[in-house]
Design a binder for this molecule. Structure first.
Ligand code: AGP
Length: 614
């Protein structure tokens, strides 16, 4: 999704802005631009060449004035208006002396635009964002400073925003503000920085702060003043940074997705590290904010998430209901708060989000808290917006994930949520200590199993080669195999742009089986769980209608192999933990099919890593 970068007080702003934009590329974008403040004027350049736009800016930047000390940059993920140069940010006001970048959506932009045009403003783009720069211009024309102008302009807008603005007349100032969309502030010795997320600033400073909702920051060389949109003095929240800049580099791998898939054993091990005490009892760390009494008081669990995080949550539903015997609902976050959910102080509401910034989930959790529920967040980003607002956080420790397709964060979410299920079972006495110990032993063995699966990527590549001409895929599973099927289909859609539908295998006969014909590929999650026999019957049903069958099967399982045209082998593990292992060959399948079709796996079209609009 859109990314913002800003800097002031450096020797040469342009290379830093371009480096920051490069680090924001992973969020997904289709155009980009920068503006520099130089000798009482602004210099702007923009490009709309999809995911090559930042590269284009590097070339266009050769014409930039040398050694400007401040500027802002933006990667745009189109919402209002096509991804063209005219719609790319930064937007300028009518004088060309004020520039602004924006993430989020200005919901009342159409009404505001009518008023602006009526008073003589000329809007150049189709974006919702451009109204902001003209609103600030109008306030400044009435005598406001840049800071006051932005504050007054933002009072008139509805929606979400992270904005940054510069003015040619105030070269020692970058002003920024946020509501819902995230914004991080960084402090150097003589410089100040801002960005949409932490990785963009890791190369510049580690003194980072999160701007909170309705706060405004005045960045000057080496200092930042924070106030509220009402003008009261305020403080941004200091962030604890446990990532280093090398973690967000590609290393020797061909792409980030491959790197991150191969980091999965370590990510799972890190997420489990230190969770079993010397006395054998499982523990969440203090940040989770759940005492024994809290855990025992829970009478229902409600999980809210999107995309791959939602699929991890679906696995958790099986684990929490089976092990802790607590009724568990899982909601797609974008629907959750609009269905008037019934929650109270005994409902443990869990938000699952690798970024901790996804606006659908963030808003859902705000609703849950407003209804009195206790909110726990499972997040991969320390001090993300969700983490800061929740009653407690359970961190996955996967390290930064740059590839748009979630891989290591998805696996660690499953592990973290299953750990929570065991902790709930322990507190409620629904599993004995020896039962919990046995599952924990299996969990701690997952990294070794993952190591074995990673060695089989070439086997999956061969299967992908055979399927390279196929256009229609069904992913089927039952029990915990169902979320694995959903996740496998999502991975394929995201990076290979092939039609893929994830479905509960037993439901196929109620309609979708009409779509099965020779040439359709059915990928079944056929590792041994309690519904394996029924899954096999469902596979027979599609096989007899001509589908090509690919099955994820346990090593040496000849009965499964007998049903399949191709088998993706995985080691057998405790069935409730099997999604952690079974997901991996499906990541590889999506990866190799995307490669076969010549797609960029890290930056698939139309997608954003962090989705900060509703
Ligand atoms: C997964 O491959 C996707 N990129 C996407 O579905 C993602 O899982 C979803 O947008 C949720 O993101 P979050 O975990 O950061 O909240």
């Amino acid at each position: 999704m859109c990314g913002i970068i800003g800097v002031i007080g450096v020797d040469d702003a342009l290379p830093l802005l371009l480096e920051g934009l490069g680090r924001l590329e992973y969020r997904g974008y289709d155009s980009a631009g920068v503006v520099l403040v130089t000798g009482g004027t602004l210099w702007r350049t923009r490009a709309a060449e999809g995911t090559h736009s930042v590269n284009d800016l590097r070339v266009l930047g050769e014409d930039a004035p040398p050694r400007c000390s401040s500027g802002v940059g933006h990667t745009r993920w189109a919402t209002h208006g096509e991804p063209t140069t005219v719609n790319a940010h930064p937007h300028l006001d009518c004088t060309g002396r004020l520039a602004l970048v924006h993430n989020g959506i200005i919901e009342n932009h159409a009404d505001l635009a009518i008023g602006l045009v009526a008073t003589g403003h000329v809007l150049a783009s189709e974006t919702d964002s451009e109204v902001l720069v003209h609103l600030v211009e109008a306030e400044m024309a009435r005598g406001s400073t840049l800071v006051e102008g932005l504050r007054l302009a933002l009072r008139r807008v509805r929606g979400s925003f992270a904005v940054a603005a510069v003015h040619a007349d105030e070269p020692e100032l970058v002003v920024a503000a946020r509501r819902v969309s995230p914004l991080i502030i960084g402090l150097g010795d003589d410089a100040s920085f801002l960005a949409s997320d932490i990785p963009a600033l890791l190369g510049s400073t580690r003194r980072l702060f999160a701007l909170e909702d309705d706060q405004l920051a005045e960045l000057r060389p080496g200092s930042v003043r924070v106030t509220t949109l009402d003008g009261a003095e305020a403080k941004a929240t200091p962030l604890s940074i446990d990532w280093d800049v090398t973690a967000s580099r590609q290393g020797g791998y061909d792409d980030f997705m491959t790197k991150e898939i191969h980091e999965q054993p370590d990510a799972v091990a890190a997420t489990l590290f230190g969770r079993r005490r010397a006395d054998g009892m499982l523990t969440l760390d203090e940040a989770a904010g759940l005492s024994e009494d809290d855990l025992r008081a829970v009478d229902r669990v409600c999980i809210v998430a999107c995309g791959s995080s939602y699929h991890a949550a679906l696995v958790a539903k099986y684990a929490i209901e089976e092990w802790a015997r607590l009724p568990t609902e899982v909601d797609i976050a974008s629907e959750f708060r609009y269905r008037r959910p019934i929650l109270d102080h005994r409902t443990l509401t869990i938000g699952v989000s690798q970024s901790g910034e996804t606006v659908d989930t963030l808003q859902g959790l705000r609703e849950a808290r407003a209804l009195g529920a206790k909110v726990l967040v499972v997040s991969n980003v320390v001090d993300s917006s969700m983490a800061r607002e929740a009653d407690g956080v359970l961190y996955t420790r996967a390290g930064p994930e740059i590839g748009v397709a979630a891989t290591k964060t998805h696996l660690t979410q499953i592990v973290a949520l299953e750990l929570l299920a065991l902790v709930l079972a322990q507190a409620r006495g629904t599993l004995s200590a020896s039962e919990i110990g046995a599952v924990t032993d299996q969990m701690l063995g997952l990294p070794d199993h993952l190591d074995k699966v990673l060695l089989r990527t070439k086997d999956v590549a061969e299967v992908a080669q055979e399927l390279a001409e196929a256009r229609d895929f069904f992913y089927l599973g039952r029990h915990v195999g169902h979320p694995v099927a959903l996740e496998g289909a999502l991975k394929l859609k995201e990076i290979s742009y092939l039609r893929a539908e994830g479905y509960p295998a037993g439901e196929l006969k109620h309609g979708p089986i009409a779509l099965i014909e020779p040439g359709t590929v059915v990928v079944g999650v056929a590792t041994r769980n309690c519904l394996w026999e029924k899954l096999c019957s469902n596979i027979q049903e599609v096989k007899s209608r001509g589908a090509t069958i690919v099955l994820v099967g346990n090593d040496g399982d000849d009965q499964t192999a007998a049903l399949a045209d191709h088998v993706l082998w995985v080691p057998a593990v405790e069935p409730m933990l099997s999604p952690v292992v079974d997901a991996v060959p499906l990541q590889f399948l999506a990866y190799w099919l995307a490669q076969a079709h010549g797609h960029d796996v890290d930056r698939p079209r139309n997608l954003a890593k962090t989705v900060t609009v509703e």
